[in-house]
Each structure stands twice: as C-alpha cells, then as structure tokens.
Design a protein around this ligand. Sequence first.
Ligand code: MN
Ligand code: MN
Length: 465
Amino acid sequence: MTKKTDGKELQKQLAWEFPNIGKEAPEQREKAEKYCRDYKGFLNRGKTERECVREAVRMLKKAGYKPFDRKASYEPGDKVYYVNREKALIATTFGKRPLAEGLRINGAHIDSPRLDLKPSPLYEKDEIAYFKTHYYGGLRKYQWGTIPLAIHGVVIKKNGEALTLSLGEEEDDPVLCITDLLPHLSAKQNERPLKDGLKGEELNAVTGSLPYEGEDIKEPVKLGVLALLHDRYGITEKDFLRAEIELVPAGKARDVGLDKSLIGAYGQDDRVCAYTALTAEIDTKKPEHTTVTILTDKEEIGSDGNTGFNSDYVLHYIEDLAEMEGVPVRDVLRASLCLSSDVNAAYDPTFSDVYEKRNSCYINKGCVLSKYTGARGKSGSNDASAETMAKVIAIMEEDGVYWQAGELGAVDVGGGGTIAKFAAHMNIDTVDLGVPILSMHSPFELASKLDIYNTYRAFKAFYKN
Ligand code: MN
Ligand code: MN
C-alpha cells in the first residue's frame, strides 16, 4: 500500500488536470508563431465563404490537387478536390486501405456571423443614404455599431457575368458604418435590454451623404451612391436582387497581448478549424484511410441550404467514392470516423459565472474535444460515444498532441450546435474537436496560437491513421 507521504506521487498517478502548453512545452511557442503567420493571411484573404473557397482552391492546386473526377481511378496518395457552388469544398487524399475500412472525415465551416445586405438595400432618409442589412447567424447586434465595415460579395449581372466585390480592406478604401447614439442622448436607449441595444432594423450602414449634383430630383443622395456604383461596377439598383453582399468587420488579423500569444480577428469561428484542417489535409501524404476534408457553408444558420452540411452534397461525394471502388456506401459510412471541427467557448475569467470551471476549455491548453454540444438536456447534440472518444483521444495521445475536454458553458446557461449531428445522422462515428475562442461571434474573436497549432497537430494525427 502507498504510504501517506507518497500522496503527491499518488495524486500524479490517479488524478488528472490538463496542462498549460506554454509551461509544459515552451518549445512549441516558436513553432506555433510560425504556423500562425500564414493562418493570419488566410483570415485576411477569406472573409466570406466564397473567398475561403477561392483561397482553399488556390492552396490545394499549389499542393498538386486535381478536380475530382468520379470516372477516374485513383492511387494511394492521389489528391483531389470538389467545389460545391463556389461556397463549400471537399478535399481528399486517397489512402492505402480499402474504403470499406472507413474514411477519415473532417468537417469545418467557413461561414461566419455577419450582416447581409437585404435584397432591396439602398435608401435615403433625411439626406443620408444607407444600406439596410439583415444579420446572418447568432450575433450580438450592439457589437456591430460604430466599427468600420467592409463590403464583400458577388453580383450576378443580367448577362450572367459574376462580379466579385471587395471594398474596405485596403488602407485608402472607404468603409461603411452603423451609427449609434452619443451618451448625452442615450438615456432612454440605455434602459433597453442589452439584446436590443441596437435593434435589427437599426443595423443600417451609412453609404453616402452627398447629393447628386445639378437638377432638383427626389432622393439625390441615393442617386449619388447609385451613380458611384454604376461608374465603378456597372450595376444598377435592380442588380442587388441578383446578389449576395456581406458586410464584415474591415481590417486584418492582429496579434493580441504584449506577449503576442493570441490572434484577434473576425471570423475565426470557424475558419480557424477550416485552415488547420486544410493544411493538415495538404500535409498528409499517403494515409492509411482515405481523407475527406470538408469546408462547409451555412453552419451558422443551422447547416440548411444546399451548401450546408445538412444537404446531401457530402453524402453524394462519399457515394461517388464508394461507387468508384464498388463498395456499398453504407459500409463506408458505418466504418468511418468524423471530426466535427468547430470552436468552443474558452473560459473567460471576466465572465466566469456562465462557465463550469471543471468542464470548460481554456486558452493555451490545446484543442478542445467536446463530447456533446446542444442545449438543456443535451438537446440537438451528437453526444459522441465512449468508443469514439477513446479512438480520438488515442490518436491524439500517440502523437503527443495537447488537447483538453470541454462543454459549451454551464448547464442551462445557453448552448449551441455544430455539424456533428448531421454527420452522425449518416451513421458515422462523430465527435467535436476545435479551438477555444474568447468573444465568439463578435467582430474580433480571440484564439491562442498554441491551441491553433495543436489543433493542426491533432488533425495531422487523425489523417495519418
Ligand atoms: Mn462554429
Ligand atoms: Mn458559430
């Protein structure tokens, strides 16, 4: 029997706490710093799902990936990609084992909360022109006032030509802005609950203030803006009806903290998992199991729509793979392992009461494995099996990946979902894995470089096996 004096030793053997990587593996600081340099570039170039797809395709082509052709035959190590309607993407590295032994599937999402222009957005009120917006995803509206907003999107012109818009990211570009009241006049607004600090129909972005010069006409400021849009892009008011235009926080990803340990940027939910998944996919050479890396759209509004994970596009892709090998797709799905790669809420000491300390994820403790998400009694959750948890933990520990476990906040405080349940719906063993985030869904989300680097390491280990 263990003696009393051996308590510390026994505690080390029997109890478990996740370590801080900065303390346990300081040598990773430099590696994480280096890895995150390109990640910041990815965030700056990919501020919408379409831009992320374009950037991903550029990276994949550079790494030798070819468009997927279901009539072709592929060898272990061959690399292909498939684009779904410019807004979602799947990449594969063919593995050594037959598909009946399962795929290694990794799904992250590339849409982020933002302000979409309404179909008929432009109006003038009291000699100021505005764009009307409709928020996309779960955002806290009051956070989106008085910050510079950039315009990103696409207009499909009458002749079918696709016009790509990106305005507000260069230093001398103009930006748009949603106004808010000055403190001197906000006594009444201050009484509103925080969720109504700015209301949905107050998310109107200032678009111009100069009237069209010359003759006396109705709504001259609106016309001034329309004239500028026509000069610059050749579009008219009607073209907004054939467009997807998104207002996102303008500006680049930045290092945060005097020690530069964090990255602050818009859209890290979930481009942080998209980038780590994509680079791990690219760096996988001749895996055991065939990989399926999915960068999907529409997660923030429930994964619906034909570019969202709840559409059959992923299933159809896997069906194509299965048919190529002449194996029933259900056998492939049943044997597969899927990471639903999404962020989780990092413990925030300033708002500690919404977390349960023992079961929260922490900055600098590595990627977070979330057995379940959902709300209330795990409603809407995948709730991964013990067997699935064991498999994924073993994969990470074999490669010395720093990981932690976490729930999304304390019980009954709130909740949220991911794509996990849709993967599980296909009869695939699935679990959530991702990066802890502070200020999630805000215009400037924070993530730790060490956590990002270890998420990449987790995905590499996952694909290798
Ligand atoms: Mn997410
Ligand atoms: Mn989200």
